[in-house]
Design a protein. Structure first.
Length: 71
């Protein structure tokens, strides 16, 4: 039964990653298109990256697009 704590940690991390991914995806979808255009970013590109690359796409959104959109 030594695997149980490890499995629980993996489950919590996976669930947390999924919730974070979903929140960021919803945030990206709720930002109006003019705001994306004003920030010189492509909303469709980042949403597709988040959908197809998962957490990696979300990290790209957080590192590249989100700082410019928040300004």
């Amino acid at each position: 039964m030594e695997l149980a704590p490890f499995a629980l940690v993996v489950l919590v991390l996976a669930l947390g990653s999924f919730v974070w991914w979903l929140i960021m995806l919803i945030e990206a979808l709720r930002i109006p298109s003019p705001a994306w255009q004003a920030a010189d970013q492509n909303q469709v590109l980042y949403v597709l990256l988040m959908v197809f690359l998962g957490v990696i796409g979300t990290i790209l959104y957080m590192a590249v697009a989100r700082p410019r959109l928040v300004r």
